[in-house]
Design a protein around this ligand. Structure first.
Ligand code: NIG
Ligand code: FE
Length: 397
């Protein structure tokens, strides 16, 4: 099945801007992209689908979310807004543990419904691919339950979902070494056997896992053929970024406390630095100097870190806008960070770009200028999202 999209005012691949382009899509994949006037004659017999002289961007790739959760942390949010710290709440057994209790109690269907509704908001905001982590189950069965929910989201919803097993915190009532043994010797092998995740993430920080424990989990993950990544240098500097670089990880995420030597290690290894402006701003942490990081040769991605605690953020556009406003990235680089580099952070380098051989996942902007969403704060200016060449939202204007 061949579809030609025409009447596009401009398109960002995202590395290049093309004026008046046309897109040829066959079976969901881009097979030709170029200026409309150069469209090969073999396609002249087709009636093109007009995009109404609007701008087009690659579908956004949210490469770090915790979309599956139950309960609410509104009270904690109010407490933090009054000055209490995220770390103190976690140390007192609240925070992440609060969501763990609610998620453990919730049934698989209820979690699927909740995550599906959140995914619909991401869809309206132009997100075609979402990475989703487990990590609020902690116990073996509850972690598998979360991962099955992600698998169901991928099968049932228009967007693409990429699942990651997250070692988040040690559950209450477990001895550390016993939990690590369970995680590495039972959970990881079972996740691999059942095909429930592609990668393993570790929250390496105060109140979570140590650097040595992170290395132990990474080793088990790599032994089972799973990719690795980390929540790194968020609250304290732990060295997790350099561990990710040394062990061939996909990305180090957060990086609020990261330093120049961490950036050099990422650049040398070709690993992605994933910035999470939602968590940085909401927890009032220092914003990483993305521009200097980029100048050091680091490939930067931006994601929402959507979660019920540190980042109840539903907007990739806002995450990218904050990376520009607070991190100093140009708008064009923020777009690359939220599309192509984010896809690289997932080990899916054909996603997040509009190019021959890539799936036709794209955002149609309400304006002629494709970068209008970045200019318009609090009003994303997105007309519709196409995944694999299929439209998934009618403009309801
Ligand atoms: O990415 N930092 C650890 N994990 C999450 C927060 C999870 C939570 O607060 O529920 C994060 O920020
Ligand atoms: Fe996170």
């Amino acid at each position: 099945m061949t579809t030609i999209f025409s009447d596009i005012s401009e398109l960002y691949t995202p590395f290049e801007r093309i004026e008046d382009p046309a897109l040829v899509v066959e079976d969901g994949q881009i097979t030709w992209l170029g200026a409309q006037r150069d469209l090969p004659p073999e396609f002249s017999g087709f009636t093109p689908v007009s995009l109404g002289k609007r701008g087009v961007l690659p579908g956004f790739v949210d490469s770090h979310t915790h979309l599956v959760w139950a309960g609410s942390r509104l009270d904690e949010y109010l407490q933090r807004a009054r000055g209490e710290s995220y770390e103190a709440i976690l140390e007192a057994g609240g925070g992440i543990y609060n969501t763990v209790h609610a998620t453990q109690r919730a049934g698989e269907d209820a979690l699927f419904e909740l995550a599906g509704m959140r995914a619909a908001t991401f869809q309206e905001g132009g997100v075609s691919t979402l990475e989703v982590k487990s990590g609020y189950g902690l116990e073996l069965e509850d972690e598998l339950k979360m991962l099955r929910v992600i698998q169901r989201l991928d099968a049932a919803l228009p967007q693409r979902f990429v699942a990651t097993l997250l070692a988040h915190v040690i559950p209450k009532g477990w001895e550390r070494t016993a939990y690590l043994e369970m995680f590495c010797a039972e959970l990881i092998p079972e996740v691999k056997r059942a095909g429930l995740a592609e990668a393993v993430d570790v929250f390496c920080d105060r109140g979570a896992f140590t650097l040595a424990e992170t290395e132990q989990i990474f080793t088990a993950a790599l032994d089972h053929g799973l990719a690795i990544k980390a929540h790194a240098e968020q609250i304290e500097h732990t060295g997790a970024t350099q561990l990710v670089a040394r062990m061939g990880g996909l990305s180090a995420d957060h990086l609020e406390q990261s330093r120049a030597d961490d950036w050099q290690a990422l650049a040398a290894a070709g690993a992605v630095a994933t910035l999470l402006p939602g968590a940085t701003v909401i927890l009032r942490k220092p914003f990483p100097d993305a521009r200097t990081m980029q100048a050091a040769g680091v490939k930067i991605a931006v994601a929402t870190d959507h979660n019920p605690g540190s980042s109840p953020l539903y907007s990739m556009v806002l995450a990218m806008q904050l990376a520009t406003a607070l991190g100093g990235l140009s708008v064009e680089d923020a777009l690359i960070a939220g599309t192509a580099h984010a896809a690289d952070a997932l080990g899916r380098p054909t996603l997040g770009r509009l190019a021959v051989g890539s799936p036709a996942d794209f955002v149609v902007v309400q304006q002629e200028r494709a970068l209008a969403p970045f200019y318009s704060w609090g009003n994303h200016q997105i007309d519709s999202l196409y995944v694999a060449g299929k439209k998934h939202r009618q403009p309801d204007l």
